[in-house]
Design a protein. Structure first.
Length: 331
């Protein structure tokens, strides 16, 4: 009997399932989760521009996600039981309290999207996030930080990470060529966000393992994230223009960022134990580039699909495939 990758509930696999098939399924799930992230970034950036207030946009995004998960908590006995297990583990110090900061780490990404995408553009933003995520993913995996399964720095993982970083540069190369020094200065925010993504994944994996539910990890993320953003929102009120309720944009799609975030966080929490932080991050990044390609192809009024974007997506998929070789050998 083989062992199934962790998906939030521990159960034996069927006899015909193979580790390779399970790995492929988990990689596809991570790719699908990654495709949602460009849309989330675009939605949050558009809402920020419409409100002229990135802090309100971020709070709305996290707040709607928190509302969705609060409703699910009220309707799910299993989720409430999982939350109770997590609280007991926190009280008994089997689960470190600082793991709850995973939600605050997520707010850095949302605030970065809302505050800097309009300045640096999606392409440059993505390149810097990927750089931070790849570096931190290697460190978190190799050191077993935040309860992550310790995985050695085998050559396929390093080569795969390097190929994927190159893929992101290729995809963004036309926009990078036109970037000015002034657009590079705000990149400290997305770089920090990228570094924290891997640590957030590791914390969520530990919470999921303790609670036995991916939704508990997502709920705690959005609870702490919403609280942090509420404090930030209050502090920044004197600096931001007042927006009356009647002035909020009417386009419904500007308010789906929270729902997309719930799906991404829950998926990552479910998959991180089986794939590891680095491999999950690489598969998610490949999904991000694929999602950006799809968004460019179907969204009205957007630029036509460029050869560099297609080449970047293909290289990203190659990088994720190379990195997965080390996982297969260790299975």
């Amino acid at each position: 009997m083989t062992r199934q990758l962790y998906t939030g509930h521990c159960r034996p696999t069927r006899g015909h399932d193979s580790p390779r098939a399970i790995l492929l399924g988990a990689m596809i799930a991570a790719l699908c989760a990654g495709t949602l992230m460009p849309t989330q970034a675009q939605v949050n950036g558009s809402l920020s521009a419409a409100l002229a207030d990135p802090f309100s946009a971020a709070l709305i995004s996290f707040g709607t996600g928190f509302g969705i998960l609060l409703f699910r908590l009220a309707c799910s006995r299993a989720m409430r039981s999982g939350l109770a297990r997590a609280c007991v583990a926190l009280r008994e110090r089997r689960l470190p309290w600082w793991y709850l900061s995973a939600g605050a780490m997520g707010t850095v990404m949302i605030l970065s999207q809302a505050a800097t995408i309009s300045i640096v553009g999606v392409a440059l933003f993505t390149v810097v996030v990927v750089a931070g995520q790849v570096i931190s993913g290697l460190v978190v995996d190799s050191r077993g930080i935040a309860g992550a399964t310790r995985r050695p720095l085998a050559w396929p993982r390093i080569v795969g990470a390097a190929v994927l970083a190159v893929a992101t540069l290729i995809a963004a190369s036309p926009d990078l060529a036109s970037s000015s020094v002034f657009s590079i200065l705000p990149l400290a925010a997305p770089l920090t966000a990228g570094v924290l993504v891997s640590l957030q994944m590791a914390c969520n994996g530990s919470i999921t393992r303790t609670a036995g539910s991916t939704w508990v990890a997502a709920f705690l993320n959005f609870t702490t994230g919403t609280l942090v953003l509420a404090v930030v929102w209050c502090i920044t009120r004197p600096l931001m223009p007042t927006v009356h309720l009647s002035e909020f944009p009417r386009m419904w799609w500007l308010y789906i960022g929270g729902a997309l975030g719930v799906m991404v966080v829950a998926s990552q929490a479910a998959l991180v134990r089986g794939l590891g932080v680095l491999l999950l991050g690489l598969a998610t990044i490949a999904g991000q580039l694929s999602g950006a390609l799809a968004l460019a192809g179907v969204a009205p009024g957007r630029d036509p699909v460029r050869a560099s974007t297609v080449a970047g997506v293909l290289f990203a998929l190659l990088g994720a495939a190379i990195a997965s070789l080390s996982h297969r050998r260790s299975s």
